[in-house]
Design a protein around this ligand. Structure first.
Ligand code: BDR
Ligand code: CA
Length: 311
């Protein structure tokens, strides 16, 4: 089977950890490296968590430390009420033995894309800061990538940080706008579909306890489900699988239905971080984003169980 070369960009984070596990355990994906960014936690914590999760898989995929703050703004800080003080639901995962590579994330992105022109799909599931920095650094990259499948935005549904803004876009709107207007082939896996990709608490009982990641997944996801119930207005014991869905779509685009739209990012005022989707029949701009508008939840959850080792 031909494997899709991807680079995952993360701010690990509970659902980022699930996305890393999904990607590393997917037969259809060849993960060239993982880049890290501030967001759910600071970039050093994101890097450490990423290395620790990769180590749990018994793999030595290289990890590259990236941006510690947005392109133009100050970082507003971590979100321990969603992801825990340690970013992994206070599971106190042992410190990783390996360290991050010395190369900086944006520089690695550039090198890897240029080494495999037309072949590398970027899968950012964090702020788009690293990708934007790479594109600013080397403006030819957008036409050399296979695509950018990003978790972020809210096209036709409410936001999760403000009424209209989703966290990954809100956290660095200028970076998101740079990536969206770059000309790269873009797929937006936003809240429209990720809020429908629900993992229910009873599913955790299906995890094979012999797997090295089983305890982390069970405990971190339990914390995350509590957080969603207590702070996000979710009723019942479930959590959305935001970041794993983006990885799943990078491996198998048929899991979501997309529609092409012109999309821009609002960078100011009450709408900062909003993905402004022009759904008019006679929009005055060409579409720049394939927006995911529907998801085959059953097929995705089946994949998720398979990848994570749930019976
Ligand atoms: C996104 O924000 C982060 O908290 C999650 O990891 C996910 O990438 C959801 O809005
Ligand atoms: Ca994330």
């Amino acid at each position: 089977m031909e494997r899709t070369r991807i680079i995952l960009d993360v701010d690990t984070g509970v659902d980022d950890a699930l996305a890393i596990l999904y990607a590393l355990r997917s037969p259809g994906l060849d993960v060239l490296g993982i880049t890290t960014c501030f967001g759910n936690v600071d970039v050093d914590r994101a890097t450490r968590n990423t290395l620790a999760v990769v180590e749990l898989c018994g793999l030595d995929v290289p990890v590259y430390r990236g941006a510690e703050r947005p392109i133009l703004r100050e970082w507003t800080g971590p979100v321990p009420w969603i992801h825990g003080e340690d970013g992994l639901g206070n599971t106190a995962l042992p410190a990783p033995r390996r360290r991050a590579e010395s190369q900086e994330a944006a520089s690695f992105l550039r090198e890897a894309i240029r080494r495999h022109p037309g072949e590398v799909a970027l899968v950012p599931v964090a702020r788009l800061t690293n990708v934007a920095r790479a594109f600013l650094f080397d403006p030819e990259l957008p036409r050399l990538v296979r695509g950018v499948v990003f978790m972020g935005g809210a096209a036709f549904c409410p936001g999760n940080v403000t009424a209209v803004a989703e966290a990954n876009v809100w956290g660095d709107p200028e970076a998101a706008e740079i990536v969206l207007q770059s000309g790269a082939p873009l797929t937006m896996v936003g809240l429209d579909v990720t809020m429908r990709a629900r993992l229910e608490a009873h599913e955790l009982d299906r995890l094979n306890p012999a797997l090295p990641h089983a305890a982390l997944v069970r405990d971190a996801v339990s914390f995350y489900m509590n957080a969603y119930e207590e702070t996000q207005g979710v009723r019942g014991r479930w959590c959305p699988l935001h970041d794993p869905l983006a990885v799943a779509v990078a491996e198998d685009p048929t899991l979501c239905t997309t529609r092409p739209y012109p999309v821009r990012i609002s960078c100011d005022g009450a709408t900062a971080g909003m993905t402004v989707v022009d759904a008019r029949p006679h929009a005055d701009k060409e579409p720049n984003v394939a927006v995911c508008v529907d998801v085959d939840v059953d097929r995705f959850l089946g994949r998720f169980r398979e990848r994570l080792g749930m019976s």
